[in-house]
Ligand binder design. Structure first.
Ligand code: HEM
Length: 126
């Protein structure tokens, strides 16, 4: 079965970039222990786009779904939710995350799904 790539596309206004990166820098680090998790990267746009890519790779769709329904996902996104609650931001309306100083860091999110057809890494010497 090919690995599955799940990319969360976050639209982040210029003035919220630093806040979003700070939150990811302080992330819970629970996804690393999720069954079937293979890789995570936060990709910063450098050419005129305002869309960050939260790149994750999984052994299967099922593994991703199990993580997305897990406490680890909630915990992995709770920090911002916690901050929002502490500042009395009406967390009720929003969902899970991207909040904190001055409300949500992302103004929009979209989930892209891909299957890994071909992949390679650097040539192993020796
Ligand atoms: C509404 C959609 C989403 C928004 C706004 C969002 C935003 C965020 C933010 C701000 C964090 C940093 C931690 C925090 O502040 O709590 C975070 C953590 C994370 N997000 Fe999301 N996220 C969303 C949905 C997703 C989805 C669908 C994926 C899967 C591709 C994903 C993957 C991750 C990962 C892997 C982490 C790190 C968790 C950990 O360290 O355990 N997020 N997200």
């Amino acid at each position: 079965m090919p690995s599955v790539v799940k990319i969360n596309v976050l639209t982040v206004p210029e003035e919220m970039r630093r806040e979003l990166e700070k939150r990811f820098a302080g992330r819970a680090g629970m996804v690393e222990s999720a069954d079937g998790f293979e890789w995570f990267e936060l990709l910063r746009p450098v050419e005129g786009s305002d869309r960050y890519l939260v790149y994750t790779r999984w052994r299967s769709e099922e593994d991703f779904r199990r993580w997305q329904e897990s406490r680890a996902f909630q915990a992995g996104h709770a920090q911002a939710a916690g901050e929002a609650a502490a500042q009395g931001h009406g967390h009720g309306q929003g969902h899970g995350h991207g909040h904190g100083q001055g409300g949500p860091a992302a103004t929009d999110s979209e989930l892209w799904t891909f299957e890994v057809v071909e992949s390679t890494g650097p040539k192993q010497e020796g």
